[in-house]
Design a protein around this ligand. Structure first.
Ligand code: DX5
Ligand code: ZN
Length: 225
């Protein structure tokens, strides 16, 4: 996984058919997804529950691009090795869920993955000021995590601040929540390079009708070109 700041679309399979993840991942990649975003929720850190390491390991068999695993769980540290074993390329933990986030990021890298740190809308950019050399990706939440299909919360000031703080470091800025052709230009202009999108990518399509996924992704790309 080499570093670059080109715009990457990372469809969230939270909006896929839960009975057909394998074919959904294949369809979305065939239609041009750059990364696959996997939302892990524990019903404790966030008020919703999705899937754990065995499911994520099963997804891995279908992912040819980059498997980007977003942990919305607390605690994180006891599960890092399980997600490494499941084949995560990027493992992202929430700063709000980790009392020792510095150690958590070291452990994620130590387990052979890229280390991401996510910030809820209420958490300031400064929360990662001392973590910039320990992280490969900062995920700026533009919704309160837990559900797909929520309304975009404008975090462009935070994104701009992070982009300045990062400087020349090889750190991605990922945006998660409510990204669509209207909101994508705002976050890209502010400095984001990885766009997570669930409902805006899967809306109207299916594994039987995957061209719609392609059209939806092209609409997001065109909005930021
Ligand atoms: C929210 C998740 C997101 C979500 C995005 O808790 O982390 O990845 O699936 O979905 P949309 O694009 O529908 O807001
Ligand atoms: Zn996510």
């Amino acid at each position: 996984m080499s570093f670059d700041r080109s715009i990457k679309i990372a469809p969230s399979i939270l909006s896929a058919d839960f009975a057909d993840f394998g074919r959904e991942i294949q369809a979305i990649e065939a239609q041009g997804a750059d990364w696959i975003h996997v939302d892990v929720m524990d019903g404790h850190f966030v008020p919703n529950l999705t899937f754990g390491p065995p499911a994520v390991k099963a997804f891995r068999k279908h992912v040819k691009t980059v498997m980007d695993v977003h942990l919305m769980i607390e605690p994180v540290d006891p599960y890092i090795d399980a997600y490494a074993d499941a084949g995560a390329d990027v493992l992202t933990a929430h700063v709000e869920a980790c009392p020792h986030i510095h150690r958590t990021l070291q452990a994620i890298r130590g387990a052979g993955m890229k280390a991401g740190v996510a910030l809820n809308p209420g958490t300031p950019a400064e929360a990662v000021a001392h973590l910039l050399d320990l992280t490969d990706l900062i995920c700026v939440m533009t919704v309160n995590p837990g559900f797909g299909g929520q309304k975009f919360i404008d975090m462009t000031t935070k994104i701009r601040t992070l982009r300045e703080m990062i400087g020349d470091r090889p750190v991605h800025i990922e945006i998660d929540g409510g990204v669509d052709p209207k909101t994508a230009p705002l976050v890209v202009e502010a400095g984001a390079d990885v766009l997570v999108a669930g409902s805006a990518v899967f809306r109207g399509g299916s594994v039987e009708n995957p061209e719609v996924y392609g059209e939806n992704m092209r609409a997001i790309r065109a909005s930021v070109a």
